[in-house]
Design a protein around this ligand. Structure first.
Ligand SMILES: Cc1cc2nc3c(=O)[nH]c(=O)nc-3n(C[C@H](O)[C@H](O)[C@H](O)COP(=O)(O)OP(=O)(O)OC[C@H]3O[C@@H](n4cnc5c(N)ncnc54)[C@H](O)[C@@H]3O)c2cc1C
Length: 173
């Protein structure tokens, strides 16, 4: 979808659902803010998108959906699209039953994977793997995680290394 609102610098995109989307437990509509309309064109106008562009996008998506696989909102159902450059793998049900809803979304960085190397006392290490005197680090700047992470360990890392860094800095002074 080409539109200034969905590319940088606005960095905003929209998830569009029709009535069937309410059944998707992964998207609890009642907990989120959304814009609703009875037609795609009306929805586009409400969120500041060009109606013909959003209409083209939804028409293209709908044409790529098939009835080969039944829609099952309770699990990843393998009901994918056919022929789209960026395919949808599950729940590819046509967006054709009003009311239509648009949820604005943007990107966020949950973690930096990798960062400054620290030792077990939160001292930042130089390229010779020696601690740099008086320099401590904690939080996302030290990375710690690579590829993935166990849930909630980010804040655990921050608490543990934050305390070590603070203690070290006080000791140095
Ligand atoms: C959507 C999301 C969900 C997450 N969920 C979890 C979770 O469930 N469990 C978990 O453990 N972790 C989670 N995290 C990760 C966790 O929030 C971060 O790892 C953690 O907040 C990093 O802490 P930090 O102190 O390193 O950085 P930050 O919390 O980003 O703090 C950096 C601070 O520095 C300030 N700052 C930046 N530049 C300057 C400057 N030049 N001068 C002065 N101040 C400056 C910023 O304003 C900010 O307040 C989540 C992160 C995101 C984005």
């Amino acid at each position: 979808m080409k539109h200034s609102r969905v590319t940088a610098p606005g960095s905003v995109a929209f998830h569009i659902f029709d009535r069937k989307g309410e059944k998707l437990r992964r998207y609890p509509h009642h907990q989120a803010t959304f814009v609703e309309a009875d037609t795609i064109a009306e929805l586009a106008a409400k969120v500041g998108l060009a109606p013909e562009v959003l209409g083209h996008t939804t028409d293209t998506f709908n044409a790529a959906c098939s009835d080969d696989v039944p829609f099952d909102p309770t699990k990843p159902d393998g009901k994918g699209t056919h022929g789209l450059d960026i395919p949808k793998s599950n729940w590819a049900a046509r967006i054709d039953e009003p009311p239509f809803r648009a949820f604005s979304v943007t990107c966020g960085i949950t973690f930096t994977f990798g960062g400054l190397k620290v030792n077990q006392r939160a001292q930042v290490m130089n390229t010779l793997h020696q601690p740099i005197k008086g320099l401590y680090a904690t939080g996302d700047i030290i990375g710690l995680f690579f590829h993935n992470y166990p849930s909630f360990t980010g804040q655990t890392r921050n608490a543990v290394f934050g305390r070590l860094a603070g203690e070290g800095a006080v000791r140095d002074n």
